[in-house]
Ligand binder design. Sequence first.
Ligand SMILES: C[S@@+](CC[C@H](N)C(=O)[O-])C[C@H]1O[C@@H](n2cnc3c(N)ncnc32)[C@H](O)[C@@H]1O
Length: 385
Amino acid sequence: MTPAARIGAAIDVIDRIQDGELADRSLAHWGRKNRYAGSKDRAAIADIVYAVLRKKQSLAVLGAGKTGRALLIGYLRDIGQDPDAVFGADRYAPAALTEAERAAPEPGPENADFPEWLWPDLVRSQGDQALPIARAMRERAPIYVRANLMKASREEAIAALAAEGVIGTAHALSPSAVHISEGARKIRNAQPYLNGMIELQDAASQAVADLVPLTLGERFLDFCAGGGGKVLAVAGRIAGEFYAHDADLRRMNDLPARAARAGTQVNLVPPEDLDALPACHTVLVDAPCSGSGSWRRDPHGKWLLTRDRLDQLVEMQQNILSRASGLVRPGGHLVYATCSLLDVENDQQSAAFLARHPDFSQVGAHHFTPLSGGDGFFCAVFAKD
Ligand SMILES: C[S@@+](CC[C@H](N)C(=O)[O-])C[C@H]1O[C@@H](n2cnc3c(N)ncnc32)[C@H](O)[C@@H]1O
């Protein structure tokens, strides 16, 4: 069957489903009526039908209707194919599009599976990238590892992984990032992981760690260290004196073992010891945030966020920034990062910080979105007078 004929078959199957038939019965019925179709064709048609059912609501918006035909128009738009190139493409294809079907629907949150109340914020923050970003957020996150450059080059790490059946390629977001295309489940038992040559870490998270200004031997504090992903990434780049703090000490439970595996040392600083810590060359605030940049990994988080919670987070970020800024020594840097796509947590938060702290000036701001492969992240670097 031609690709267009498979789309035509999927339309027939979906129409029966829309009339109330169960999906597997509708597929079986189509198979009985079209015995010329081989097993590959039937499997491909089933794949299309189930892909449509998964996104039925948003595809109905994209195709401007709920019939099999409209949903398949929506399906093709969703996967980036022009329905005009399929409908009417050959004599087995469904009939060519009408003018009304050809008119593309208005982009909006309902065809991006994005919380409606937050849509204006995303548009304000990301402009005409809002829709592709929101739609990218519906897919599974890619898997990345970080080559620990203190132990091996990225190429050596890729080769060591390949020897254990884990296939990866260098990724452009960071000199340490490796995109894993095969064998991801084997990573945690693979030698390069067990001996600290690699760590699991999103590529944009690695890129944020790359932006941390630090010179050999300097003192670095990760103020919101959590499991230690960022401090370990910075320690993988340059030798220094590393400190990790988190309001919730338990979040750092695994950090000493992870640091030992990576061949580095990270000193844990409980809240009561912060004031005794000598001022640092660089302090990183990887702040608690909406997590909107990592909703591919946490799709439930997307539906749990509320306006009240977002307001609370913004206030919390302000307080943390003020507290952490007091730990930076003159001439040093404060780095503010979030895995958020929302301006209110990112550029607006940075501007508010600068307004409250005239002894700091902004020397860089970077925005990462899922469109470049990794999670959405924001990173601002402030220099202290
Ligand atoms: C985004 S996570 C950090 C992720 C971590 N840096 C990493 O790369 O794996 C934010 C962390 O901030 C911590 N946190 C929340 N409120 C805090 C506060 N007032 N002071 C310090 N840490 C705080 C949370 O416990 C959480 O572990």
